[in-house]
Design a protein around this ligand. Sequence first.
Ligand code: KDG
Ligand code: MG
Length: 402
Amino acid sequence: MRIVDARVVVTCPDRNFVTLKLVTDEGVTGVGDATLNGRELAVASYLTDHVVPALIGRDPARIEDTWQYLYKGAYWRRGPVTMTAIAAVDTALWDIKGKVAGLPVYQLLGGRCRDGVTVYGHASADTTDEVLVDIAGYVERGYRAVRVQTGIPGVAATYGVGRRGPHYEPADSAIPSETVWSTERYLAHIPTVFSRVRDEFGPGLRLLHDVHHRLTPIEAARLGKSLEPYALTWLEDPVPAELQEGYRLIRQHTTTPIAVGEVFNSIWDCQALIREQLIDYIRTTVVHAGGISHLRRIFDLAALHHVRSGSHGATDLSPVCLAAALHVDISIPNFGLQEYMRHTEATDEVFPHTYRFADGYLHPSEAPGLGVDLDEELAAKYPYRPASLPVNRLEDGTVHSW
Ligand code: KDG
Ligand code: MG
């Protein structure tokens, strides 16, 4: 079998997605997500101009060899654009392999390790009173874990707090909008939110919070300590993770579990955090960390060091990525949680799929391959719209990290 066509499709059914579709001489097709929020066209060009020409004529069965060819062969290793492009190829090849074998991809990865994939939903609102109502809605729908974000009194807009109904979308204008941040107000407010949430929902519900990289290690240590009475499942991205040593300081001061990894794109970005057991959950995902093959490698290293998976699953990761993530989640021994933010109806129509949510769990597709596709005709009706993530500044105008 040979690859005879590789199409890179950019579409915007309520938000932008980039998808790679591989076609073989025997008519079997495979899809891979290649979406990098706010930098979509960079990956589309990387694939179209540099990867696709080298794929035509290759044997789609050689997944690992193709991964090594694209990673080592390019000379320029790693980075979000490169690793997202490699991820798309890898994911599409696993899809083809599953279809050829007549098996869902999780069977090729070793089969089930559990009955369902426990997911967490996103409760977010401006005030604590409102967020309690949002959380109650998730509990009613069967969720066992909820990420809680609120506005901060005195801060006009807080990144991560949804403003467009049930569908989270932080990318807005073509040129980034700007928000203003106050660490002092944030650190004073968040423990009061979790105190009320725990009082209201008791000890059974798993609670999470995302800091979006906005603190220094000692500030993060203080936050972790102040949240200890409310027994969070994880505190996410407390500090920017370029400096992995920063996590040592947090670890020395708090027993609140730490999750990190959505912006990582290779095992090299997290190997020290994992080996030194400085984190509890690794949040790398299929689309940004080199595909199913490389993500498995990261999760296997994590399993050796008591670190569980917590794959990123925001709405800017397409249903193709979510479908692939579920095959990994169900088949690894050290699964932790899977993030699940529902896509809009328009997105779901462009990416028909057979994974399903029931009773707090997502269930991977039983169809051969990934169980997800791209409707190219429908996708063509939604042209690309430039949209960027906002830029964050401190009150004095200094650009601050996410
Ligand atoms: O593209 C950025 C989003 O995916 C990110 O803001 C979502 O932090 C996020 C999360 O944990 O889902
Ligand atoms: Mg996050």
